[in-house]
Design a protein around this ligand. Structure first.
Ligand code: IVH
Length: 672
């Protein structure tokens, strides 16, 4: 006889939860993946046959198929504070002194030291033992609801393993807090895949984590291997005594807790822990940026209380930026798109903070002189927050006897042309507009995401096309389609990628005038200035014919910008380029949008985040063509806020003001 489905479903859920715990929390699976999949498939099948038995805490509901996140505001019952940072032993001793001063004289003080995980903090609320809400920190008082995204993290229990602790505490209604993070290897893998497909890469695991938990679609989140450590437990019961015990309770309840914590009797023991982990941080599979030190007694924590935004009972000991010593083999001068020469240090490759470093920026000649950096020196390099590495200082004790001061180049290292140095600038420039390095730089800038957004036409391909003679300037990009048959024969390319490239080149013709103006690469005309000029002059012809005074009449545009614009248009080569781009069909005036209907008449919209089906410009045009209008900031007069991927602060503002939010799907329906 067939078993009662309800019974079997419950049995399966229990089993799967147990195996999830063994696998994701303890990292000790007791069955094979195959056996595990059998259980999950059986549960899916039974739930399909008995949909009325599906409950939100079923392990099959971690990635619900039609769920999205609402990012609704969530008020934190207790504010989510941040920590004050310390950077030295002295500052840690001061912290200890402040703690002692804040407590009755002679009272015993213990500290708990934990690793400071470099991720994104989150609050989880359990009611009757079930996960009901997950929220971001937000501004500390109000966060955003991300429950459906957090449910995709397999080590987060949807149901607490037990609700009565070994000491008989009932812990079914609790709030726990912790850090969502991604392991370094997983981060690298995702970045590599994104690089291959021409997508934007992330600077570090933390940024990737932050971007992921704000995705609208939990199905996408489930594909990114997020992890979590919990470090805080709150319950209304007054029977909790110490933070150390709380960490043990969290483990008992089934949460992943980073086990590298230690109870310390005094600040010296705390310092030992900090120094030990500053040394050992590279051995961990995830990033930590310091140690968090907390007063152990919860009663003492309450007495100490908070100052402004951080507690008096805890502090973060931050690790120093990671440094390495290596040989500076050579200083080379890189030529940028405007001809600027930038010195770059070529280093003996060294491994630092997760990657091998072989180059570091030296900024300019003044910087080199100030630090007295020379070829052949042993230098100390540093990588702070995973940015471009820099040379901090020279180890003069190891300087070779015959070392020479760095000399400024006398001619362009790429094309051999003369150099010039404007009086009021540190930079030196290559004079030759047709210098291959400048040509490549200009084309790369033209095609970049913030300019013409031609996907696939990055540094490597630009170099290749310039070297092969297909591109001599950026207007040549629009002639590439005439060479399709030749291009697909290039070994690294092939039919599919050439067609993708040609498609994105065609698509770039729809970029609005302000982007085209920015893409031209006029010195000092960045994206913001280009927008101001486009808004004011409306067309390239009007800008070309404007006097210096007229240009300077635009808000925040000064003489160096207007000089540069005049210089650009006085060069006949540039005029010819513009003529060719006009012929190719690029937009050299602002769009006048035809109003086709009054469907959205009187309605105002604000857009935030990226939409997957259209660019922001297209969305704007669509709204205007239907009679609506688009504002750049949220106010109480806004009717709708359209929320794309990775929304910004506008979302928070809209939520505060209670403005209706539209997902991309809802927006598409509206403008259908
Ligand atoms: S305790 C008031 N413990 O660091 C208590 N925070 O700058 C604050 N973090 O927002 C949190 N690891 O995102 C705590 N073991 C840990 C932590 C930790 C990482 C983050 C957390 C917090 C930030 C404070």
């Amino acid at each position: 006889m067939k078993k009662d489905p309800q019974k079997r479903i419950e049995e399966l859920r229990k089993l799967i939860n147990e195996h999830d715990y063994n696998y994701y929390v303890l990292a000790q699976p007791t069955i094979s993946d195959y056996e595990y999949d059998l259980l999950v498939n059986e549960l899916i099948q039974l739930e399909k046959e008995n949909p009325h038995l599906i409950t939100p805490d079923s392990p099959t509901q971690r990635v619900g198929s039609d769920l999205t996140n609402t990012f609704n505001p969530v008020q934190h019952k207790i504010p989510m504070l941040s920590l004050s940072n310390t950077y030295s032993e002295e500052e840690m001793f001061e912290f200890d002194r402040r703690v002692k001063d804040g407590l009755p004289k002679g009272e015993k003080i213990e500290y708990v030291c934990e690793l400071k995980i470099d991720g994104v903090s989150v609050s989880l609320i359990y009611k009757n033992g079930l996960l009901v809400t997950a929220a971001t920190r937000g501004d500390g008082f109000t966060g955003e609801e991300i429950t459906n995204n957090v449910k995709t993290i397999k080590s987060v229990p949807l149901v607490l393993r037990k609700i009565t602790s070994s000491k008989n505490l009932r812990l079914e209604d609790i709030e726990v807090r912790g850090e969502i993070y991604m392991e370094i290897e997983a981060f690298k893998k995702i970045n590599e895949e994104r690089q291959l497909s021409g997508e934007k890469t992330f600077a570090n695991p933390r940024n990737l984590t932050a971007g992921t938990i704000k995705l609208l679609d939990p199905q996408l989140v489930a594909k990114r291997p997020l992890k979590i450590f919990l470090y805080y437990l709150y319950s209304e019961t007054d029977e909790l005594n110490t933070h150390y015990e709380n960490l043990q309770l969290l483990t008992e309840l089934g949460f992943p807790v980073n086990q590298n914590y230690r109870l310390c009797k005094n600040i010296d023991e705390v310092m030992d822990f900090c120094k030990e982990w500053e040394q050992k941080r590279e051995t961990l599979p995830y990033e930590i940026d310091g140690v968090v030190v907390k007063v152990n007694s919860l009663k003492q924590q309450r007495i100490l209380g908070n100052i402004a935004k951080s507690p008096r009972w805890a502090v973060a000991f931050k690790f120093k930026a990671r440094q390495a010593k290596t040989l500076l083999k050579k200083i080379v001068w890189q030529v940028g798109r405007t001809g600027t020469l930038t010195p770059v240090a070529e280093l003996e490759p060294v491994f630092l903070a997760g990657s091998t470093i072989s180059r570091a920026t030296l900024h300019n000649i003044d910087e080199i002189k100030r630090k007295d950096i020379r070829e052949g020196d042993i230098v100390i390099i540093e990588k702070g927050g995973d940015v471009i590495p820099k040379v901090v200082e020279v180890d003069f004790s190891q300087r070779p006897k015959d070392s020479q001061e760095v000399k400024l180049p006398t001619k362009c290292p790429v094309c051999g042309s003369k150099l010039f140095k404007p009086e009021d600038e540190v930079a030196i420039y290559c004079e030759n507009n047709l210098c291959p390095a400048q040509i490549k730089g200009r084309i790369e800038h033209f095609a970049s995401r913030t300019a013409m957004d031609i996907a696939g036409l990055g540094e490597a391909l630009v170099n290749l096309f310039v070297d092969m003679g297909y591109l001599k300037d950026y207007a040549d990009i629009y002639d590439l389609k005439n060479y399709r048959d030749e291009l697909i024969k290039i070994e690294r390319l092939g039919e599919k990628s050439v067609d993708n490239l040609l498609n994105s080149i065609e698509k770039s013709k729809e970029r609005p005038f302000e982007k085209v103006l920015f893409a031209l690469g006029i010195r000092y005309v960045g994206a913001g200035v280009a927008k101001k000029l486009a808004d004011h002059f409306k067309s390239i012809d009007a800008l070309m014919n404007a006097s210096k005074e007229e240009i300077e009449s635009v808000y925040e545009i000064g003489p160096s910008i207007s000089d540069s614009i005049k210089r650009f248009f006085s060069d006949n080569n540039n005029i010819k380029l513009i003529e060719r781009l006009k012929k190719a069909g690029l937009k050299f005036k602002v769009d006048e949008i035809k109003i086709k209907s009054d469907k959205l008449k009187g309605k105002s919209f604000v857009l935030t985040g990226t939409l997957s089906s259209m660019s922001r410009e297209e969305a704007k045009e669509k709204i205007i063509s239907l009679g609506g209008h688009v504002l750049s900031a949220v106010s109480k007069n806004t009717n709708f806020v359209v929320v794309g991927e990775n929304p910004g602060s506008k979302l928070e503002k809209a939520q505060k003001l209670g403005i209706p939010l539209l997902t991309e799907e809802e927006f598409l329906k509206l403008i259908e």
